[in-house]
Write a protein that binds this ligand. Structure first.
Ligand code: NAD
Length: 611
C-alpha cells in the first residue's frame, strides 16, 4: 500500500521509507481521551458520571477534562463536560481497512478524479531537493505524468475547475500578484478568479452545516486563538470552508496543496483574496509542489504550531528540513490512509516527536465514506458514464460490507434486480434478510447487466468471468484500488480496446461481444463522479475538532504517539450535522441514564460498538 512520490532523479538521492503492515496491537497506542474540543464546543454539556462503560483493558487512566481557556469560552457549561472514555483501537476491521484502501486520488488535466494504482512498495521523498528550480516558467503538461502527492482514496477532492484558462501558461511563481488589500503573500494561478471562487465556497457552505455552526459558536473567545496552522490538503471549496472556519476560531493558516492536480484555482484565488497565504495551483510540477510547501513553513517571523496534513508530505518536509520546528508544534492531524500509515511507522520507530490524531479511522468518517457516500455515488458514477436506466436491470454486487450495502440499497431502490456474492456467512445472512439473492458469481455471470465489486479483495472478477459475461455487460469497481477486477487479463492480443468516453472502455472479443469497463477497474465513484459535500463536511469537522483538541490539551495529556479521536468527538461531529435535518434527538432521563450506566451527554456506546 504505497505510492511513488518523486521523480526518478530525485528518488536516486532520497532515503526510502518502507511501508509495512502493522498489526493492530503494534499500530494502535491506547488513546487517552481528552476532550478539550468537545468541551469547548459542546452546546449543552452537563456534569455527571464521566465515563461510559467500556470493556476492561480498553481504558487507560483518563486524564482530566480539557479546559483550555479559549476552549472553555465557547460553551457556558464547557467545564462540566464529562471526559470521554479512553479507547484503544482494537477492531481488526480498522486495521484491515488501511491495508485495503486504494491508491492516491489524482485529478487529471480534464478535471476527472482518478485513483492511481498502488503498485510501488516504497514511498520516496524529495528530501534532498532543497534548491528549487529558478525558472519554472511554463507549466504546460510537463512533469505531470505522475502525481507526487500522497492523497489516497479516503482523501477526496471534489469538483473540477470551471474557470481554468489554459491559455495562461505562465507559472504562478513568475507572476507578481497582489490581493485587493495589497498583500502578495500567496501564489495562485490567477487572483482575478477570486469572485468566482467565492461563489463556489458559498455553495459548499450550504452543505457544511457543522463548520458553520462552529463558526457561530466561536463568536466569543476563540479556541484556536494563537494557533498557527500549516495545512497541506486538496484545495477545494470544501477545504476553503474548513480554512475559513479555522480562521473564525482564531487560527492563522498557511496552506499548500497535497495533490498537484486537485487545486481549484478560483477557490485558491478566493482564499488568497480574503487574506489566506495559499500556495497552490492546478497542474503544479514536482518542483512547484515542494516549493509551495516550503513557502508555507519557511517564513520569516512565523512558525507553525499545528499541522493539518493529508498524505504526510508536509509532515515529512518539516521533519527533514526544519526538525527544530517540532519544538513548537503541538500536534499533527492527519487525514489520509497513507499519511496515517506513515505516522504509525514513525511512532513505531520512536521518531514521532509530537502527538498526532488519526482522523481517517474515526467512526463517522468510516460510516459516511463507505456506506452513505457509496450509496449515492454508485448511481452517479454509472449514470455519468453510461446514461443507463437502472429499473429492471440485473446487477450482481460482490461483497456485502459497508460499500456493498450502500450499492445494493441504491440499486434496489431504483428497481434493479440485485444479486449479492459474499464469503462471510454473517454478511451473507444480512444480504438475505435485506431481500437480496445470495449467489456465486458463476451462477449469474451470464445473465447480469452490471457487475460491481466491493470486497477490498483481489481478482474477484477473473478473466474467466469476463469471458462469460453477456454482450454489453457493464463492469466496475467500488472497492479496493484496481485489484478487484483482473483488468490485466484483458490486455491480450485477441481483445480490442476502444475508448468510447473518458473513463469508459469497450473491450471487444473476436466474436464481437463487448463488455463496458468503467474507469479501467479503478474506483468508479472517485474516477467518474463527485463526492457529496456533506460527506466532506463530516471529515472537515472532525479535522477542526482534532485541531482544537490537540491545541488545547494540557501538556502531557497526549504523548508522542498516534491517537484515534475520542468517541465523544465522533458523537459531537454527528450532532452538529443533525440540525440540517431538523432532527430532534431524545435526551436520556436521569433514571434512564442511571439504568444504562451512561452519562447523559455521552459517550453513548462502548468503543467496541459496531453501529
Ligand atoms: P467490508 O470489509 O465491510 O466489506 C467487504 C466485504 O467483502 C466483506 O463482507 C467480505 O466478507 C466480502 N468479501 C471479501 N472477499 C470477497 C469475495 N471474494 N467475494 C465476495 N465477497 C467478498 O469493507 P467495506 O467498508 O465495504 O469496503 C470495501 C472496499 O471498498 C475497501 O477496499 C474500501 O477501502 C473500499 N472503499 C471504497 C469507497 C469508495 O468511495 N468507493 C469508500 C470506502 C471504502
Amino acid at each position: 500500500m504505497s505510492v511513488q512520490v518523486v521523480s526518478a532523479a530525485a528518488a536516486a538521492k532520497v532515503p526510502e521509507v518502507e511501508l509495512k503492515d502493522l498489526s493492530p496491537s503494534e499500530a494502535q497506542p491506547q488513546l487517552a481521551l481528552s476532550t478539550a474540543a468537545v468541551s469547548a464546543m459542546a452546546p449543552a454539556a452537563g456534569g455527571g458520571d464521566p465515563e461510559a462503560p467500556a470493556p476492561a483493558g480498553e481504558r487507560p487512566p483518563a486524564p482530566g477534562p480539557g479546559s483550555g481557556p479559549a476552549a472553555a469560552a465557547l460553551s457556558p457549561a464547557a467545564g462540566k463536560v464529562p471526559q470521554a472514555s479512553a479507547m484503544k483501537r482494537s477492531d481488526p476491521h480498522h486495521q484491515h481497512q488501511r491495508h485495503r484502501d486504494g491508491g492516491e486520488a489524482l485529478v487529471s488535466p480534464d478535471g476527472t478524479v482518478t485513483e492511481a494504482p498502488r503498485t510501488v512498495k516504497k514511498i520516496q521523498f524529495a528530501d534532498q531537493k532543497q534548491e528549487f528550480n529558478k525558472r519554472p516558467t511554463k507549466i504546460g503538461r510537463r512533469s505531470l505524468s505522475r502525481s507526487i502527492s500522497q492523497s489516497s482514496t479516503d482523501s477526496y477532492s471534489s469538483a473540477a475547475s470551471y474557470t481554468d484558462s489554459s491559455d495562461d501558461e505562465t507559472s504562478p511563481r513568475d507572476k507578481q500578484q497582489k490581493n485587493s488589500k495589497g498583500s502578495g503573500d500567496f501564489c495562485v494561478k490567477n487572483i482575478k478568479q477570486a469572485e468566482f471562487g467565492r461563489r463556489e465556497i458559498e455553495i459548499a457552505e450550504q452543505e457544511m452545516p457543522a463548520l458553520m455552526a462552529l463558526r457561530k459558536r466561536a463568536q466569543g473567545e476563540k479556541p484556536l486563538a494563537g494557533a498557527k496552522i500549516v495545512g497541506c490538503t486538496h484545495i477545494t471549496a470544501q477545504t476553503a470552508v474548513l480554512m475559513e472556519t479555522l480562521g473564525a476560531l482564531g487560527a492563522q493558516c498557511r496552506w499548500a496543496a497535497c495533490n498537484i492536480y486537485s487545486t481549484l484555482n478560483e477557490v485558491a484565488a478566493a482564499l488568497a483574496e480574503s487574506g489566506f497565504p495559499v500556495f497552490a495551483w492546478k497542474g503544479e510540477s514536482e518542483d512547484d509542489f515542494w516549493w509551495c510547501i516550503d513557502r508555507c513553513v519557511n517564513v520569516e517571523g512565523w512558525q507553525p504550531n499545528m499541522i493539518l496534513d493529508d498524505g504526510g508530505d508536509l509532515t515529512h518536509w518539516i521533519y527533514k528540513k526544519y526538525p527544530n520546528m517540532f519544538k513548537k508544534i503541538k500536534g499533527i492531524v492527519e487525514e489520509s490512509v497513507t499519511g496515517v500509515h506513515r505516522l504509525y511507522q514513525l511512532s513505531k520507530a520512536g521518531k514521532l516527536c509530537v502527538p498526532a490524531m488519526n482522523v481517517n479511522d474515526s467512526v463517522t468518517k468510516q460510516k459516511f465514506d463507505n456506506l452513505y457516500c457509496c450509496r449515492e455515488s454508485i448511481l452517479d458514477g454509472l449514470k455519468r458514464t453510461t446514461d443507463m436506466m437502472f429499473g429492471g436491470k440485473q446487477v450482481v454486487v460482490c461483497g456485502y460490507g459497508e460499500v456493498g450495502k450502500g450499492c445494493c440499497a441504491a440499486l434496489k431502490a431504483m428497481g434493479s434486480i440485485v444479486y449479492v456474492t459474499e464469503i462471510d456467512p454473517i454478511c451473507a445472512l444480512q444480504a438475505c434478510m435485506d431481500g437480496f439473492r445470495l449467489v456465486k458469481l458463476n451462477e449469474v455471470i451470464r445473465q447480469v447487466d452490471i457487475v460491481i465489486t466491493c470486497t477490498g479483495n483481489k481478482n474477484v472478477v477473473t478473466r474467466e468471468h469476463l469471458d462469460r459475461m453477456k454482450n454489453s455487460c457493464i463492469v466496475c469497481n467500488m472497492g479496493h484500488s484496481n485489484t478487484e477486477i483482473d483488468v490485466a487479463s484483458l490486455r491480450t492480443p485477441e481483445l480490442t480496446w476502444e475508448r468510447v468516453r473518458s473513463q469508459v472502455d469497450h473491450v471487444i472479443w473476436p466474436d464481437g461481444k463487448r463488455i463496458v469497463l468503467l474507469a479501467e477497474g479503478r474506483l468508479l465513484n472517485l474516477s467518474c463522479s463527485t463526492v457529496p459535500t456533506f460527506v466532506l463536511s463530516i471529515t472537515a469537522t472532525t479535522q477542526a475538532l482534532a485541531l482544537i483538541e490537540l491545541y488545547n490539551a494540557p501538556e502531557g495529556r497526549y504523548k508522542q504517539d498516534v491517537y484515534l479521536l475520542p468517541k465523544k468527538m465522533d458523537e459531537y461531529v454527528a450532532s452538529l450535522h443533525l440540525p440540517t435535518f431538523d432532527a430532534h434527538l431524545t435526551e436520556l432521563t436521569d433514571e434512564q441514564a442511571k439504568y444504562l450506566g451512561l452519562n447523559k451527554n455521552g459517550p453513548f456506546k462502548p468503543n467496541y460498538y459496531r453501529y
